[in-house]
Write a protein that binds this ligand. Sequence first.
Ligand code: GDP
Ligand code: MG
Length: 184
Amino acid sequence: MGKQEQQEEGEEYLFKIVVIGDSAVGKSNLLSRFARDEFDLHSKATVGVEFQTQVLEVEGKEVKAQVWDTAGQERFRAVTSAYYRGAVGALLVYDITRRTTFDSIKRWLDELNTHCDTTVARILVGNKCDLENIREVSAEEGKSLAAEEGLFFIETSALDSTNVNAAFEIVIRQIYNNVSRKVL
Ligand code: GDP
Ligand code: MG
């Protein structure tokens, strides 16, 4: 049996997902929580780790989520087009305790739209919801921005694991739906 045939039989899916948003909103920690169930209180913008792969099952099919981390590129406003190339899903992350990071979401959306087409599955993620006492952006504001821009919405905490898997799973499920519609 040829390699091609074997791949078709296995019905494997590989989805590239990008995580974007301002510096220090918790992108890397969301990713490590999702991929390795780890959290780093003093995480630095590690350069080098480009992506992590997590295998999930969606409707009985094996799906590999290849989740990319900006690895600090965003600090220099220099996220390259290679980062976005081939992406089929995106998490747009802000920090609920810093309004400036929420205000930046439109710019990140513009950038995503410059590099990717509109079929890319997107979710707006308000991270650090464990820090309720210093919240600057209400859940309602997040919800209404998401509705305005046609995004899914969720609040997460990479620190205590709240909704982290859910955020990725919503995107992956949406991508899967997009793909299976195309196949039909
Ligand atoms: P990135 O620059 O967007 O990749 O952000 P990091 O993942 O490096 O996180 C930046 C800082 O925020 C680090 O000190 C993390 O420990 C902290 N952090 C990330 N996620 C959370 C969270 O959900 N809750 C709290 N309280 N802190 C977080
Ligand atoms: Mg980072």
